[in-house]
Design a protein around this ligand. Structure first.
Ligand code: C5P
Ligand code: ZN
Length: 525
């Protein structure tokens, strides 16, 4: 086993070391597959990054001629993957496999590094490959680290929250398997955008993601440009593209088709194409029209209380799939990510996987229902939050009590959206919880914060993990500094939130920042 696996973090990023390590793990992986003639089970996370990562590995294995199955799940725990990882003997089962029989080999993409202990206890360690970018769980049993094939940028001091996504790690691995897999670069970009890694200048991708963007551009698969970041640039009438735009959230426009229709009409921008009933899209606008639209949105947003930092995000780098049809909502890779996210979080991960792998026929059409349904639900939730006062202030954090109303798989996305809207304080982290549909005694907790607090020392992933230990809850939780989650018993929720508030104060204080308090002028829902 490569000794780097025992080093959890190096102080400075070692990019060459990481790539060399990927190549050595790839050799070990292929050797094991050849030797054991295993069927590979790809198990991947249910968000856009996870689905992109799963699709990349599926296509790479297909090219390699390795049989595989794939599953998209919420998280790694006995509840979601117990049936496949722990082969419990049932009455009437065939006798146990002997050594010559093909075995399962598990590839975990976009999670795994935070669930090492669970995997170490429940899966044959020599039949696991983890391709992840989440922060790495500190395990007591250090043998787990050396027994499993585990690829993660944090092992080489590379920031997995900002520089490379789960799909990016899967892509680097796939490219090491076969350079021809460079054609999968667009899906790695989709994953990075889905995980909001576009934190470079003008919402660009940076760090290792740049290597991937360059691969995609060199192959003429993706183009990059600075443009107005509306949703539906190529596929929707102008007013609908505006109303569908939620990142940033445009107060008084996002989600309100009539307001957007009036807004565009006032600008006297023709809504239909010349001599035709066909609606024009934002991509059809002339330079002058685009500049009129941009100025008007900026003026409106300032008037409606949006911060200038948020407004700046309206214009930025866009990543466009060159060979995608204009009519699909996949041409802009941020929209592609949104389609995959909708499928995954609504429980149609298989549909998302098929679309990410290239289906543009029946399955693609089914995916369109998912995105419509998802947007409808998010809009209802936004209304609900604003009308019910479901956000409560606690020490050092604010809490959205989604209870049984909000779908546990969507609470995280809703929090992100609330933070980009002006309705919620960005001075402190936003935590949300919702009960699980099939188990009301368990709650899904999600946590989100703006980058500013992360720069001041906040790390929600480690905060959640530390609190779980402190209050003695055995559940795999964590994530990234600005976004993390966990499932815990309802009975422990209050204790959890109290301890989390304290932990957040400590993180910010030890960095010399004052703990978060909302400004008096802040508007609360
Ligand atoms: O579930 P949610 O959207 O809130 O997750 C936010 C981040 O935290 C994601 O990157 C997810 O992978 C991570 N997470 C985790 N372990 C969990 C739940 C979420 O690592 N149990
Ligand atoms: Zn991810």
């Amino acid at each position: 086993m490569h000794e780097q696996q025992l080093v959890v973090r190096t102080p400075t990023p070692d990019y060459d070391g990481f790539l060399a390590y990927i190549s050595s793990v790839k050799d070990q992986f292929l050797k094991k597959l050849e030797h054991e003639k295993a069927t590979v089970f790809i198990i991947t996370h249910h968000d856009a990054d996870g689905i992109s990562a799963g699709a990349i590995m599926a296509l790479a294995l297909k090219r390699q001629g390795v049989p595989f199955q794939a599953r998209v799940v919420k998280q790694i725990s006995a509840k979601y993957i117990g049936d496949i990882v722990t082969a419990k003997k049932q009455p009437g089962d065939a006798p146990p496999q002997d050594d010559s029989e093909p075995e399962k080999f598990f590839v975990f993409t976009d999670f795994g590094s935070g669930q090492l202990d669970f995997l170490g206890k429940n899966v044959k360690r020599d039949r696991v490959l983890i391709l992840d970018h989440h922060e790495i769980e500190d395990v007591k049993d250090k043998a787990i680290l050396s027994d499993m094939l585990h690829v993660n940028p944090w092992l080489f001091g590379i920031n997995g929250s900002l520089e490379i996504s789960g799909a990016g790690v899967a892509y680097m691995f796939a490219k090491a398997m076969d350079p021809a897999n460079a054609v999968l670069a667009p899906m790695a970009i989709t994953g990075a955008l889905g995980d909001i890694q576009d934190k470079g200048d003008k919402t660009s991708l940076t760090g290792m993601n740049r290597i991937i963007v360059d691969d995609a551009k060199n192959l003429k698969l993706v183009s990059e440009a600075i443009d107005l970041k509306v949703f539906g640039r190529y596929s929707r009438p102008i007013h609908l593209a505006l109303s569908f735009t939620t990142d940033p959230f445009l107060p008084g426009l996002s989600g309100d088709e009539t307001a957007c229709m009036n807004f565009v009409q006032r600008l006297r921008i023709p809504a239909k194409q010349a001599n035709s009933e066909k609606p024009r899209t934002v991509s059809d606008l002339t330079k002058e029209e685009k500049s009129t639209l941009v100025s008007a949105i900026i003026e409106w947003s300032l008037k409606h209380g949006m911060s200038s930092t948020m407004i700046k995000n309206l214009i930025g780098n866009i990543y466009v799939l060159e060979n995608e049809d204009l009519s699909t909502n996949l041409k802009d890779l941020r929209e592609f990510a949104s389609v995959l996210n909708s499928c995954g979080r609504l429980g149609y991960g298989g549909i998302g996987l098929a679309i990410a792998m290239g289906d543009r026929k029946e399955i693609f059409a089914e995916g369109q229902h998912a995105i419509t349904e998802y947007r409808k639900r998010i809009a209802n939730y936004m209304d609900w939050v604003q009308t019910t006062g479901a956000i409560k202030k606690r020490d050092n954090l604010q809490v959205l009590e989604g209870a049984a109303y909000i779908d546990d798989a969507m609470i995280g996305t809703l929090l992100s959206m609330l933070l980009t809207s002006r309705h919620v304080s960005i001075e402190m982290p936003l935590i949300g919880w919702a009960t699980l549909k099939d188990d009301p005694e368990t709650v899904k907790v999600s946590a989100r914060s703006v980058q500013d607090l992360v720069d001041k020392g906040l790390n929600l992933g480690t905060a959640i993990r530390d609190v779980l230990k402190e209050i003695d809850v055995d559940s795999p939780g964590g994530g990234h500094a600005p976004a993390a989650g966990v499932e815990i018993p309802m009975a422990k929720l209050d204790k959890f939130l109290k301890a989390l508030g304290k932990k957040i104060a400590v993180q910010l204080q030890s960095n010399g920042s004052t703990p978060p308090t909302p400004k008096k002028t802040q508007s609360w829902i």
